[in-house]
Ligand binder design. Structure first.
Ligand code: SIN
Ligand code: FE2
Length: 218
């Protein structure tokens, strides 16, 4: 606890690492240099596989809009959560994952101590003001040895990082444009979520926050 509190007091600067757990890191500013290119690539993914508000198995329409690129894409409907090779909205395969995405995700994984990360799925989350992601575990992946690499762009947000149980204590970390969070190893199944995004304007993304979550599913 002392260590985490100490980290929380440190001033922010570009490209700073904060350890959030034994296998979890917040890499501040890690994606800043690639941000323009990534946002452009997200626009071309969106043009082929549009952002949509998925329905959960419980019948709730998510406030976050989602699409995917890569061999597999995460999707949800009344029948459940799953990964699919094709976009259910278009019937087409998901757009392929740009090489620059793979390189960024791999570099972030290495910076957090995870070598040889080969993501096969990139979930793209778009948050308009008020959108939030309630506490959940990423556990639809078969490969739980690989970490999760999560890239934040545009409007800031507050990342809620809990523990192994739904009712574990929750730490809150501000995420800025260009920040990357990586969690794996014994932190792989920690509960996490995103607090409602506050209204604002960002020069690159306008009135929204984008998040790219890289996973190795198979
Ligand atoms: C997620 O858990 O899929 C997204 C997290 C985020 O938007 O930062
Ligand atoms: Fe998640």
């Amino acid at each position: 606890m002392f260590t985490l509190d100490l980290f929380a007091e440190l001033p922010r600067s570009a490209d700073e690492r904060r350890q959030l757990g034994p296998g979890a890191w917040l890499l501040e500013g890690f994606a800043l240099a690639q941000a323009v290119a990534i946002v452009e690539a997200v626009r071309s993914v969106e043009a082929r596989s549009p952002l949509r508000h998925l329905v959960t198995p419980g019948g709730y329409t998510m406030s976050v809009a989602m699409t995917n690129c890569g061999r597999l894409g995460w999707t949800s409907d009344l029948r459940g959560y799953r990964y699919a090779t094709h976009d259910p909205l278009t019937g087409q395969p998901w757009p392929s994952m740009p090489e620059a995405f793979v390189e960024l995700a791999q570099a972030a994984a290495v910076a957090a101590g995870f070598a040889a990360f080969e993501p096969d799925a990139c979930l793209i989350n778009a948050y308009e003001p008020g959108a939030r992601l309630s506490l959940h575990q990423d556990k639809d992946e078969q490969d739980l040895a690989a970490p999760i690499v999560s890239v934040s762009l545009g409007l800031p947000a507050v990342f809620m990082f809990g523990g192994a149980e739904r009712n574990s204590p929750i730490a809150r970390y501000p995420l800025q444009h260009g920040d990357v969070v990586v969690w794996g190893g014994e932190d792989r199944l920690r509960y996490h979520g995103v607090a409602p995004v506050k209204a604002g304007e960002h020069p690159l993304t306008g009135s929204r926050r984008l998040n790219l979550t890289f996973r190795k599913v198979l």
